[in-house]
Unconditional design. Structure first.
Length: 268
């Protein structure tokens, strides 16, 4: 642990920048612990607090801006790509879409503090054509607040962090191995959840040719379009005869469905 502290004291600004940039681009690497540890070093004047804050904020803004531009250029396809590699694909876009519809550009600030939503919020804003000026303003506020809270926590609790690091140092390599094992276990657990989710989809999925065959044979199922309003606006294509259902209040539409016919649900 002493070597870790020495490494952070020497290269803390660069490490914080790279860690935050990678995390915000979607890598399964937690950035907050790095901000807290470097914040503790800043409290003891081993790192410059203003430069540390600027480094972390710039990294977060850079990553989010890249995602915003990708969303603006490629639209819904970027969101599909993100969900295809997400460790939580079942909630990948829907939660962010709900927050965005309710709070607009302010969701760029709130999403910074919600794991899983931060990476999706920026390309979603780009896909929905939020102006670059407004995106930059709210993204800067969110990135500054997020980085500031992480670094500030390290500065406030630097004494407790130092004692914790000293205690962990007494275990030597065992501590490092335990931390790595916990991180690997977390990623493995989320990956297992992802695989289980996709297995469930495969068990009950119908592809487009099979659905078309049902329509042509006269055994047309009831098709529900459960995309949000903004998702329909981004991609207005729809299956003919599909019933639009508000995911937040599906009761009215579901009450009118026949129990004698199969139901096919599709979303984004």
């Amino acid at each position: 642990m002493e070597s870790l502290y020495a490494l952070l004291a020497e290269y803390g600004l660069a490490i914080a920048f790279i860690n935050v940039l990678a995390a915000k681009l979607g890598a399964p690497l937690p950035a907050v612990p790095t901000l807290v540890l470097t914040g503790a070093l800043a409290a003891r004047e081993q790192l410059s607090a203003p430069l540390l804050l600027a480094s972390a904020t710039a990294a977060a803004m850079l990553a989010d801006t890249l995602w915003y531009l990708a969303g603006r250029r490629f639209g819904i396809r970027v969101l599909r790509l993100l969900c295809s590699v997400s460790l939580a694909p079942d909630s990948c876009v829907r939660q962010t879409e709900t927050v965005y519809v309710r709070y607009g550009a302010l969701s760029l600030v709130a999403s910074k503090f919600v794991p899983g939503l931060s990476t999706v919020a920026a390309p979603l804003a780009g896909a929905w054509r939020l102006s670059f000026a407004r995106f930059t303003l709210y993204n800067a506020i969110g990135a500054l607040a997020w980085a500031g809270i992480g670094i500030g926590a390290g500065m406030i609790f630097n004494d407790q962090i130092e004692r914790l690091m000293e205690w962990l140092s007494s275990f030597g390599a065992i501590t490092v191995a335990a931390v790595l094992a916990l991180l690997a276990a977390f990623i493995g657990w989320k990956w297992w959840q992802r695989r289980r989710f996709y297995r469930q989809l495969r068990m009950s999925r119908i592809d487009v040719p099979a659905l078309r065959l049902l329509f042509d044979s006269g055994i047309a199922p009831q098709v529900l379009d459960v995309r949000g309003a903004q998702a329909r606006e981004m991609d207005p294509r729809r299956i003919p005869g599909a019933i639009e259902v508000d995911p937040a209040a599906p009761e009215m539409a579901l009450a009118e469905l026949s129990r004698e016919r199969e139901i096919v649900v599709y979303c984004n």
